[in-house]
Design a protein around this ligand. Structure first.
Ligand SMILES: Cc1ncc(COP(=O)(O)O)c(C=O)c1O
Length: 389
């Protein structure tokens, strides 16, 4: 048999973090000690009240099919919680619950974009955006996020990329991999372009509760007229340290939510019932665990930014949210890939900025999802590698 796969899968690659994790684990199997700063997931346990609610739900038999868009009680709570935090009013029918946030990237794109139409997305950005755009048969148009601009959208580049063929603009604030936040004025610029070219905006706000120095992140969904063309993407993975539970949601106009639910119905079926009960507990139970995780992330951010800025050839901005730093390493004379490879040899797993797109050249990403103690050890190892160059 001749093996031929559909072309839409030809360019798919594993996310860079999974590749480096696999290599780091090979080294660990050989007895090497590696400090992991590559994977983007909180290192905290899921708060125990959430786990207990899920265990009780399983004992109560909440282990069967349920509505594709999610159980009503959770959709109502998400509409209230997400609306209150953004100063907006959402109807529960606008909410589509999914196993993790990722399906709420993929299915709205499938529902909105025809092959050959264009989608604009942030670069450096979460690698799933480009993968998803290509699989839908759309043309992927990266827009630069520049360090000089606090890693917000570069307005000139955005204006160049958006045109009559653009169907969807993806935003991510606070952003992976930079930790940058898109300020209100830039959101207004994006909104004006989206109105003018009549395109949709997918606002990935999965890190919206992980912000520092008391910052509250503005959302494009709150700008006049944007509700009817915006999908807000959020979820439980990062906020509640629930990456493995697979629980996320999209909030969008009701007619789009109906289409996305149909895709979810045929593509996945539904989200596990007991996981949704855990989500109800997450939203309605105490929020102290979230607050203490964010406080810990802020302390680690300060530690890692100060430490990196003391290393030769490294310049690091303070991120305003998420749990990543994206230092510039050009002055070390190494490429992003060479830098990451040398650091892995030296016992620190981190990602080359180019794993997030062409504008990641000259940068690397470190996730401060490891203890302060390990961050200090990682900085010492990095210092040793750099002084031996
Ligand atoms: C920017 C961004 N969006 C979406 C996701 C996906 O979240 P989930 O694990 O809930 O599917 C991630 C996960 O790394 C992310 O960094």
């Amino acid at each position: 048999m001749t093996v031929a796969y559909a072309q839409r899968t030809d360019d798919l690659r594993l996310e860079g973090a999974y590749q480096v994790l696999a290599r780091a684990q090979e080294l660990e199997a050989l007895g090497r000690d590696i400090i992991h700063l590559e994977i983007g997931e909180p290192d905290f346990a899921t708060p125990s009240n959430i786990g207990q609610a899920a265990a009780q739900a399983i004992a109560d038999g909440k282990t069967h099919y349920n509505p594709s868009a999610g159980i009503r009680e959770l959709r109502v709570l998400i509409a209230e919680d997400a609306g209150r935090r953004r100063g907006l009013t959402f109807h529960p029918d606008q909410v589509v619950v999914s196993p993790g946030a990722k399906p709420n990237l993929f299915f709205p794109a499938l529902a909105l974009v025809n092959p050959g139409e264009e989608v604009v997305y942030p670069d450096p950005g979460f690698p799933t955006y480009e993968a998803m755009i290509r699989v839908t048969g759309a043309i992927a148009r990266p827009v630069a996020l520049l360090e000089s601009n606090g890693f917000s959208i570069d307005r000139e580049d955005l204006a160049r990329q958006v045109n009559a063929c653009t169907r969807l603009i993806i935003l991510n604030s606070p952003g992976n991999p930079t930790g940058g936040v898109i300020p209100q004025a830039d959101l207004e610029f994006v909104a004006e372009l989206a109105e003018r070219h009549d395109c949709w905006v997918l606002s990935d706000e999965i890190y919206s509760r992980i912000t520092f120095d008391g910052l509250s992140v503005p959302t494009i969904a709150a700008l006049p007229g944007m509700g009817k063309r915006t999908i807000v993407l959020d979820g439980f993975s990062k906020t509640y340290a629930m990456t493995g539970w697979r629980l996320g949601y999209g909030i969008m106009p009701i007619s789009l939510a109906e289409r996305v639910s149909l895709l979810l119905n045929h593509g996945i079926g539904c989200t596990a019932h007991f996981t949704q009960i855990a989500g109800i507990e997450a939203l309605s139970g105490p929020q102290d665990a979230v607050n203490s995780m964010v406080a810990e992330f802020q302390a680690r951010r300060d530690l890692i930014v100060d430490g990196l800025n003391r290393l030769p050839g490294i310049r690091c901005r303070k991120p305003q949210g998420a749990f990543y730093v994206f230092p510039n390493i050009e002055a070390t004379g190494l490429t992003s890939e060479a830098f990451a490879a040398r650091m892995l040899e030296g016992g620190v797993a981190l990602l080359p900025g180019t794993a997030f797109g062409q504008y990641g050249k000259g940068y690397v990403r470190l996730a401060f999802t490891n203890s302060g103690e390990n961050i200090v050890r990682a900085l010492e190892r990095m210092q040793a590698v750099l002084s031996n160059l």
